[in-house]
Ligand binder design. Structure first.
Ligand SMILES: Nc1ncnc2c1ncn2[C@@H]1O[C@H](COP(=O)(O)OP(=O)(O)OP(=O)(O)O)[C@@H](O)[C@H]1O
Ligand SMILES: [Mg+2]
Length: 145
């Protein structure tokens, strides 16, 4: 069963559910040290500009990059305790499309992600990123809730 999932991708936005998704992926990876783990974070400068209501995105973009790099550094520390090969990746652009591009190019065979992320809206079960990934992914998607 676990041999079916030898390359696992975890889309990570630092939300509680993405932390839970990463812990789930780590638990799976611990079953077999041949399982590869890729944690990916996508920053979307346009979204930040919209959210903060400013048009000059440079300082925010820079802050976002710094924050994401720091977050991934902390994760690398945690991942380095595993015997498995585990890497982190930082992309810029639309989160859903970037995640799907990565899954396709790496030929991953499982995605583990949260049902919701950083947005406070709770009325719908899936956020826009998890909804997009479930629809477009060529491989199974494990939704943590
Ligand atoms: N920028 C991102 N980079 C990587 N993974 C992400 C990113 N945003 C979300 N995810 C992944 O998608 C899961 C669901 O988050 P999503 O963004 O879809 O929900 P939301 O933030 O509650 O709603 P929305 O963003 O649509 O307002 C997260 O738990 C995380 O695993
Ligand atoms: Mg979100």
């Amino acid at each position: 069963m676990l041999n079916m999932f030898s390359k696992i991708v975890v889309p990570y936005d630092n939300s509680e559910l993405s932390k839970k998704a990463l812990d789930t992926a780590i638990t799976l990876a611990k079953q077999d040290e041949g399982i590869l783990l890729d944690v990916i974070t996508v920053i979307n400068p346009n979204y930040a500009a919209y959210r903060y209501g400013v048009y000059s995105i440079d300082p925010i973009h820079k802050a976002q990059l710094e924050e994401a790099k720091k977050m991934l550094k902390d994760l690398e520390q945690k991942l380095s305790e595993l015997p498995n090969q585990a890497n982190t990746h930082l992309f810029e652009g639309s989160p859903g499309a970037s995640i799907i591009d990565f899954v396709n190019s790496e030929q991953a065979d499982l995605v583990v992600m949260g049902s919701r992320g950083l947005s406070g809206l709770k009325e719908v079960f899936l956020g826009s990123v998890s909804h997009y990934v479930v629809q477009k992914s060529p491989c199974p998607v494990f939704i943590v809730k």
